[in-house]
Design a protein around this ligand. Sequence first.
Ligand code: PEP
Length: 254
Amino acid sequence: MARRLLIAGNWKMNQTKREAVAFAEAVATRLAAGRPDADLLICPPATLVDAMTGASSGSGLAIGGQDCHTAKNGAHTGDIAAPMLKDLGASHVIVGHSERRADHGETNAVVRDKAAAAHASGLVAIICIGETEAERDAGKTLAIVESQFAQSLPAGATPDNTVIAYEPVWAIGTGRTPPLPEVAEVHAAIRASAENALGAEAAARLRILYGGSMKPSNARELLALDDVDGGLIGGASLKVEDYWAIVTAGTAAV
Ligand code: PEP
């Protein structure tokens, strides 16, 4: 089953409005010269979503949020609701990133409810799962990832409204990546879990991204793996040249 690659950037808590607009315009210029066979997405801080959806409008570059609340509005100072992201033109939202699980104590149940809130607003939820280094060293990678997947997936998830991002926590921002066979094994296990949860046809269409120190020099080999359907990229998505090099590496890999 051919799944279209999704090359998604997670900017975390970085970039100014000027930098964000310049990035969107530079990607739009590249896309005007030729569309790669991949979906392109950047998830900037919420402060930049409006400016970026404006600057990238019609270009083929989609813009997403990095988090949303479980509720659609209410007394939650400092939080962002999924309908607010939708209102600004966002198409996706990341939920359950390991930094939010660690910094904000987000459990699988909270992540599941955030994904459900995203779906209710018409956003695609990118649900992040992944083991810590201690869990990997203890040989628990598959068990952790499978249970996070099962517990973070809301009722009503489909391959059209949900993307899974496998991000080994120890690989994020460290320059380290798992050996390719290990990435392949985990992605295959996630797809098998998706078959149980969603059925074979939906599991075959579900996109499963790899995230964790993906960069131009390793993107091609990672994106060429059978069950790797794109990347969630932190540091290397901040510069247009690096992001675009990953896009072109990915489309050359498939
Ligand atoms: C991330 O934060 O989702 C991520 C994968 O970061 P990096 O690419 O910098 O490891």
